[in-house]
Design a protein around this ligand. Sequence first.
Ligand code: PEP
Ligand code: MG
Length: 590
Amino acid sequence: MNKKAKSLDLHGIGCSPGIYIGKAYVVKKTNYNLPRYWINNKEITSETERFLSALEKASEEIEKIQEKLCKFEGREQINILDTYHLILQDKRLRENTIKSIKEEHINAEWALYKNAEKIKNHLIQHGMSHLKERANEFSDIQERILCHLLGKNKASFTNLPKNCIVIAHDLSPAETAQLIKYNIGGMIIEVGGTTSHTAIISRALGIPCIVACHQASSTLLSGETIIIDGTHGKVITDPSEMLIEEFTKQQHHDFELKKIFLKETHLSAETKDHHRIHLTANMELIEEIQSIKENGAEGIGLYRSEFLFMNQKKLPTENELFKSYQMILKSIYPYTVTIRTLDIGGDKVLTTYPYEKETNPALGLRAIRFCLKEKAIFKIQLRAMLRASLYGKLKILFPLICELEEIRRAKEILNEVKEELYREDNHFDNNVKIGVMIEVPSSVMIANELAQEVDFFSIGTNDLIQYSLAVDRSNENVDYLYRPLHPAILRMLVQTLDAAKKHHISINVCGEMASDPLYILFLVGMGFQELSMNALSIPRAKRMIRSITQKQAKKLFQTAIKLTTASEINNFAKSQINKLFAKEPYILTL
Ligand code: PEP
Ligand code: MG
């Protein structure tokens, strides 16, 4: 029987390239703040029923998975399911939990937790043969039951084993940022698009990732061995020895190629006819600094500063922010660091801020709108930035500017802050350059006016595409409509570039488009001289730029801009890149 055909493979959208072979870990959406409360005599029956019902639902879930797997004869999965059944049939868990509810008068979640932990520790300490190795599966069951009890929506990483492949229905950017602590090998998410912030972080950290992989968390089981191929958006379950060998070879091959690219990071990104392109890095987490340096970035073109505000119990203080900014500026010196002011809202929420629920957060109180409303928070951030400006080279960038009044108001507040610092005898660099992000069609249309207010533009193509083509960047159902080479987008890029040139201000592209090997040369041909991207993409971008003349790139772009549909331009781009890099076909997928 052909094992490969029989295995239960899953597909999604590959959004961070690379291969990883490891154990799956299914993140259940439970709440780590386990509710613990006392119950009275009258509540014992309803609490017991609640527990039994959750237990039954978890069993049904496992049954369903088993039914599916039976069709595919996945040996390893069936073994794991046997363990799951043993755990679910284990009378101790059921009876002891009910006993705790009755005798200790505690709620079902608390009782379950107490008894599950007790049994798990007993298994680990006293080595109950096959169950001893299965603490992960036990935790998974425990979380499945808890999940039914709570019906809550928060990922729990409490039992996350090192080097596992994380599987989740959805992960917020804040949750994804937390995962860095756990050294994970891969990520499989059931929802999301390629420019969602979760996808962006996985790329920045070099973790293979697949989004829009439907039913992954209900189909895969914690503990089973899987292969994730983030380049092609494929998950292989129950892989044969032969497949493991094949993918391991590919993994080594990719690794060797990257090593070759890395050897060239000291070379500049200069076309064959000596046009110099500046490649800077996008940064989300401070942990990326080392990689930014190693990959040859010439500064930080976009620091998404909101990540310092996430996963915190309280808003950071001015001094805490100052220390972080100071450290970043010092580490990156003599290069420049562009700090974008808080771009919160949309898919990036602060747990420390009491938001009103919005019907359409992408069009709601996000980015500069939030800061202009919450002036006190904004001022704290600006004060910290200005104070840190003495320790390196700083630029300040304002996100999601849609009209002139917004940038004028932001500048007024910046001046207020400067005056306050003067009065307090706090020193700062008074010549810090300020810029706006061009990421909505209205800012493109008023680019000439905006250019007269600031020192530089930074084009955020992720949002520019989202807002121009009316495509939610985090929604996998419309991912096929998310097209950076749509003629409308190319024309907007040209229009913005022209306005910047006319008013002699600098301009860069910092959206994901700038790192994509399919688009880089078109941006160079269009006339952009600075691109900001995730650090790991820089060595490849350098290699691509060094292997072409500016004249060639210009010609490519001039042909593309005459085409009228996104598909035509895309096909043209693919054929040209394939032709140019016929000897290095991996350039598009690495
Ligand atoms: C963008 O919109 O292109 C951008 C760089 O900002 P973010 O991805 O953080 O929204
Ligand atoms: Mg944006």
